[in-house]
Write a protein that binds this ligand. Structure first.
Ligand code: FRU
Length: 490
């Protein structure tokens, strides 16, 4: 029964996708190398895993329209996390615990066990008292076709946690036990709850892994927890802690007590479009994190999510990033090395002197490209470096490095006639002799990494192909660049 109804719903949705996908493909704002769904609405990355020799990404998905609604799990497979083969949808709403308007199969994660692929996800329903979220299991022999566990749900919200604020299980195995961290809210404060299980089906509450003291919002969405070097990392996306944002904590964890002591914390990304990241480990031991390039800031407009919405799709994933730990206990987020395999039309400048007079560069085709450079802080005497990206006749996104204020900003008020806002972050220039800058541009996004990949800004911009120039100039002096590398990305 479980299997049949879900299968029917998957097939129905699949027909919807097939009827639209060829038109959607032609959309002018479609990304060239970032992961997107074929049609419709995508949000969180779910169930990221390397399984039987391939990368599998699942995603929160509404196949029926380009805004958020009933949630399915989309599924795609890849050899390099850049080129994707779409697979049949993995999960569709079909049961009392996961089928209701604006409910469905919410976020969760994947784990391999006994040669099978298990998904642990949030069933979101409404039993007459508002939304109710529980944790559920589905499994698959072939990693493509899933069946929901008959004993679902396997976990319900504990006392004191509102039923509509209990979601997003992230599961892993340590020695003989399975562990799971999920997002919750208690007394209006965000929490990450830790559970344990011997078999993936029977779970017991273990500890509150971490919680907001009020500064980090009323609910923590999509927590993730993993070892990195000799530390543990907790990431989550707090609700109502300013703009939609995602945060990391680095600390020590004890499996005996379930205690996590946090030593440092920071924003993962200062841009407007990075949310609900999830991570996984590759066979060679890289920790890869993928975020959703959200457009939550348009929420008040609800049914106008922007230029891609008009092309019948919305949402993509930021470029997958490798997470590394520095000696000071901070995290670095590097675009995956696989990006280098897309490089073409290389141009290099050993040094470049930026004056107050503007210089214009064409990098690759000016739309899909990578730009890397270093600012020589010892020689530079200017107050600011202005890097204008995706410039057209009267449009541009202004990336400003203000050395005096030690602030970096990305201003998209003139980016495309639609996007708005300035993302800002402090730059750590103390005792530094150079500042590294790495830009990834795609049709609808700019990802800018600086400060040894500790200071990241991901912003969506919806610029046409005529916006294809990079312009650069100094304010109040000269800026000296070195090791400038430019590549088209194909
Ligand atoms: C985060 C989130 C999750 C939830 C899912 C529903 O963007 O709200 O907490 O499981 O999206 O689509």
């Amino acid at each position: 029964m479980c299997r049949e109804l879900m299968q029917q719903n998957i097939e129905k949705a699949q027909c919807e996708i097939d009827s639209k996908k060829d038109i959607v493909k032609k959309g002018k704002m479609r990304q060239r190398y970032h992961f997107m769904a074929q049609t419709g609405w995508l949000n969180d990355p779910n169930g990221l895993i390397y399984f039987r020799g391939k990368y599998h990404f699942f995603f929160q998905y509404n196949p029926y329209s380009a805004f958020w609604d009933n949630m399915y799990w989309g599924h795609a497979m890849s050899d390099d996390m850049l080129h994707w083969e779409y697979l049949p949808l993995a999960l569709a709403p079909s049961e009392t615990y996961d089928d209701y308007q604006r409910g469905g199969c919410f976020s969760g994660s994947a784990i391999e066990h006994d040669g099978k692929l298990f998904l642990m996800y949030t069933g979101a329903t409404n039993e007459g008292n508002g939304s109710k979220q529980t944790h559920c299991i589905a499994y698959s022999e072939d990693g493509i076709h899933f069946e929901k566990y008959e004993g679902n749900p396997v976990i319900t919200a504990p006392e004191g946690i509102p039923g509509d604020l209990f979601r997003d299980p992230k599961v892993w195995k340590h020695e003989d036990l399975f562990y799971m961290v999920c997002g919750a809210s208690r007394d209006n404060k965000g929490q990450a709850l830790l559970y344990r299980s011997k078999d993936l089906f029977h779970w017991t509450f273990f500890n509150v892994l971490a919680e907001s003291r009020g500064e980090w919002g009323y609910m923590w969405e999509c927590p993730d927890f993993y070892p990195l070097g000799d530390k543990y990392v907790l990431t989550f996306s707090p609700m109502s802690a300013g703009e939609h944002t995602s945060v990391y904590f680095v600390g020590d964890f004890d499996y005996e007590t379930g205690k996590f002591i946090c030593h440092s914390c920071d924003e993962i990304d200062w841009g407007f479009d990075f949310y609900a990241p999830q991570s996984f480990e590759t066979p060679e031991g890289r920790r890869i994190m993928v975020g959703w390039s959200n457009e939550w800031e348009w929420m008040p407009l609800w049914k106008d999510w922007g230029p891609t919405f008009k092309e019948d799709w919305c949402g993509f994933f930021n470029i997958p990033r490798e997470v590394r730990l520095t000696e000071e206990g901070k995290l670095q987020f590097l675009p995956i090395a696989e990006v280098e395999t897309m490089r073409e039309n290389e141009k290099k400048l050993e040094t470049f002197e930026v004056t107050e007079e503007e210089s214009a560069w064409k990098v690759g085709d000016g739309v899909s490209y990578e730009l890397k450079l270093k600012i020589d802080l010892q020689k530079t005497d200017a107050e600011k470096l202005e890097l204008d990206l995706r410039c057209g006749e009267d449009k541009k996104t202004i990336c400003m490095f203000d050395f005096k204020k030690a602030e970096m900003s990305v201003d998209r008020n003139d980016a495309d006639g639609w996007s708005k806002g300035v993302s800002r972050s402090a730059m750590n220039l103390k005792d530094k002799t150079e500042l590294d800058v790495h830009v990834l541009s795609d049709q609808s996004s700019l990802e800018i990494f600086t400060g040894q990949y500790q200071n990241c800004h991901s912003n969506n911009i919806f610029a046409g192909n005529a916006q294809n120039q990079v312009k650069i100039r100094a304010h109040g002096g000269r800026v000296y660049l070195k090791d400038v590398e430019m590549y088209g990305l194909k």
